[in-house]
Structure formats: C-alpha cells, structure tokens
Write a protein that binds this ligand. Structure first.
Ligand code: LLP
Length: 417
C-alpha cells in the first residue's frame, strides 16, 4: 500500500498535488512519501515480532540522508556496501551498533573507517578479506565481529543481473569452503566470527528460495556449534520483491511467518537487509511530455526524464507503470516512452498502452523509490533531478536539483586560465 493516489482527478502524494510540486520544483522530479516509507518499515519490522531481530535497511536502494534519517527514527539500522554509505549512515545519525557492512571489495581504508565507527559486523565475502580485516583490526587495536557471507547456491528466479546466490556469482563464500574459513576466523586475532550471512538476490517474488537457503545455513550452523563456534546472528540479506506490474510477492507478514517458523527454536538474532520493499513503492519519478513523434513503425512519447534519471528499464528491461498525473479519459495507443539521451536504449517503456497525452502534460513513473535516483548519472551532461519528500500536506526538498555549475565544479580548477 502506498500514498500515491488520485483525488479530484489528480495524482497526489499524500495530501499534495503532484502538479503543484512539478510547478514549484520543475521536472524531472523524484517525489517520495514519508507515510509510505514509515508504513513499509513498520509492516516489515512488525512481521518479525516475537523473535530477536534487527532490520538493517539497505542503503543502496535509496541513500538520501533524509530518508535514512526517517528510517532511523523508526528504529532501523542499515546495511552498507561502501565507505560512502558508511559516511551517509553516520551523517544521518544511524547507531553504528546497527550497521552491517557487506560487499566483495572492501578496501583497507573502508575497513579502517568502519572499525573506527564501531559498526556491529562485517559480512565477509572471501578468505582474503577476512585476513585483511584481521590485519587492520590488530594494527589499530580492534576486535571486529564478523559474519561469513555464504553463497548457498540457491536459484532466486529473478533477473540474472540481480541474482547473487548462485555458484557462478561473485558473491559470498561457497558453502563447501565455509567451515575451514570459520575455523580460521576463530583462530585469527582481531576478528570474532559471530554470524552467518547470505543474500541470494533481489526482487524475489516467492518465499521458497529464502527457505531453501535457511535449510542450508542451519546445517552449517550445526557444524559450527560442533566446532565450538557460537553463532549469535543470522543475516538473511534483503531481496523481498514488490509489485511493479502484476507480480504478487508475499506480504511481509507472510514472509515473516514463514521465516519465524523455519527458525523456530534457534537462539539467534535475525538480521534482515530490505531495500526495495521499503523504498520502491514509496517514490515516483515525475516527468513532462516534451514531444509526440510519429515514427514509421512506432509512435514515441518523448519526455524530459531519461535513462540517466532512471536506468532500470534500459539496464534490466524493467517494467515501471507510467500514468497520467491528470487523466483525461482519452483512448490509449501503443507507444515507446523515451528520454532525451542520445542512445536507442534510452527508454522508460516500450510498446506501452498509454492514453493520447500531449506535450506539456505530466506523467508519473511509478515504483521509482528504490534504485532510481541512486543509479542516476549526469550522462549527456544532464544535471541530476531534485528529490522531494512529502509528509501529509507538506513537501520539502531533500536534494536540490543540480545546476550546470554542478556539472563542472570539480573540473574548473584544472582549466588553464
Ligand atoms: N543486502 C545485500 C547484500 C544486497 O546486495 C542487496 C541488494 C540488498 C541487501 C537489498 O536488496 P533488496 O531488498 O533491495 O532487494 N539495482 C538493482 C538491484 C540491485 C540489488 C543489489 N543488492 C535493481 O534496480 O533492481
């Protein structure tokens, strides 16, 4: 459920008219709903009531400071994958003891930063990384809590670019190599193995792959206990999918029930790293129609948002629902909705039934709150869009629109004057 609804014939974000926001702040424009974010977080968190758990929102989905801050106020921790995300999380006031750090390529500098910040745990993705963390921790007098990220070889049945728990994937440590690396972690100075971690992929629309991973991790948990390695945390990553089109992913409540059942009797703190399910349907991208063009085989609706603003359709062929901000009941026809970028791959939708919109009208590209703005770029020297957070009847800019000056700010000093 989200709070982007039509009232009096116009799309609103909560109690604010989208047209009003577009007039005030310009387009393309990312608009988020605070109440939707809060609602999604609460639904997810309360699904795990009754067991020890920590929700670590995955910063990569939407890393705006105001959004991190809002989730912090709901009690969220975070999952980070870079020094930059650590910096953002600390800036937003996230409790370091609620930060877990994933990712296959942590640099020495990033490990240092995380140690000094006092994060809860590193999700270690290789034996070499474990050795590196041990070395850095010893050098600076820390003891780092670590989980090993296990690759359980489970097929999440999602887009290949976002499946991460298969044997052929670069992520995690293969199950059959895990035990000796845990023993090494127990014996190395500066690290303390306290967790098992996995993340099998993103936009999963069934629970089975999660349950399959749990079964495999439980076996490992038993083997570790036999070796005297006491595990306190089980981190199952993120990955629960959302409805973009007709998908019917499980409700967080169902997801929670199934996981609780699978973990019954285990004395562990469960960590989850949801990203998309919290932020995805809490944001839209508002864009204005610039031109209508009749090609020889296709019609194009040319809008002012391009693949630099929202790359998911171009990169993954993802579906994002596109709707008029002020529907007028006109008949629809099949069109490509394309942006101004000089690439044929620059589209927001292909062969999409859309009412016969006219230049100047506004369209809402839905489900753009996760992996939207964060994946945007300045390609074709297009300043990045502004981001707005609506709460009830109020709206505020949570990231200013970039200017032409922003494009060159870091280059100007190098110009020969
Ligand atoms: N934890 C880890 C270790 C991850 O790698 C990810 C996502 C998450 C949590 C959060 O997953 P979520 O709950 O959002 O599914 N850019 C792609 C998605 C890439 C996801 C990468 N990892 C997209 O636009 O669909």
């Amino acid at each position: 459920m989200n709070y982007f609804k039509y009232k009096d014939g116009e799309l609103h974000a909560e109690d604010v008219r989208i047209r009003e926001l577009a007039e005030k702040y310009g387009t393309p424009l990312y608009v988020y709903s605070a109440k939707t974010l809060q609602r999604h977080f609460k639904a997810f968190d309360s699904a795990f009531e009754g067991i020890n758990h920590l929700i670590c929102y995955s910063v990569k989905a939407n890393s705006n400071l105001s959004i991190l801050n809002l989730l912090k106020q709901e009690g969220s921790g975070v999952d980070i994958v870079s020094g930059g995300e650590l910096f953002r999380a600390l800036r937003a006031g996230i409790d370091p003891k609620k930060i877990v750090y994933s990712g296959v390529g942590k640099s020495v500098a990033e490990i240092q930063e995380a140690l000094f910040a006092g994060i809860l745990m590193f999700n270690v993705e290789s034996e070499q990384e474990l050795e590196r963390i041990s070395k850095v921790a010893v050098e600076f007098g820390f003891e780092a809590q670590v989980s090993l990220r296990i690759n359980p070889d489970v097929d999440p049945k999602t887009h290949p670019y976002i499946a991460t728990g298969l044997k052929k994937s670069k992520f995690g440590i293969p199950m059959d190599q895990a035990l000796p690396i845990y023993v090494k972690a127990r014996d190395l100075p500066g690290v303390n193995p306290v967790g098992i971690d996995c993340h099998i992929g993103s936009q999963l629309t069934t629970i089975e792959p999660f349950l399959e991973s749990i079964e495999r991790l439980k076996k490992l948990h038993g083997q570790l206990a036999e070796k005297g390695i006491m595990i306190k945390y089980l981190d199952l990553g993120g990955g629960l999918g959302i409805t973009y089109d007709e998908e019917e992913p499980p409700h967080p409540r169902e997801f929670g029930e199934a996981l609780k059942k699978a973990l019954a009797g285990m004395d562990l703190t469960l960590i989850l790293e949801p990203g998309r399910v919290i932020a995805g349907n809490a944001g839209i991208l508002v864009t204005q129609v610039e031109y209508i063009k009749q090609g020889s085989t296709k019609d194009f609706v040319i809008v002012d948002a391009g693949m630099n603003d929202l790359i998911r359709p171009s990169l993954y062929g993802s579906f994002h629902r596109i709707a008029e901000v002020e529907p007028k009941g006109r008949p629809s026809r099949k069109v490509d909705v394309v942006g101004p970028i000089c690439e044929s791959g620059d589209f927001l939708a292909q062969d999409r039934e859309l009412p016969q919109v006219q230049p100047g009208e506004l369209l809402a590209v839905h489900s753009a709150g996760a992996y939207g703005f964060v994946m945007s770029s300045q390609y074709n020297s297009r300043p990045r869009a502004a981001e707005i957070l609506v709460d009830g009847a109020t709206s505020r800019v949570i990231r200013k629109r970039e200017q032409y000056q922003t494009l060159v700010a870091l280059e100007e000093d190098a110009l020969e004057k």
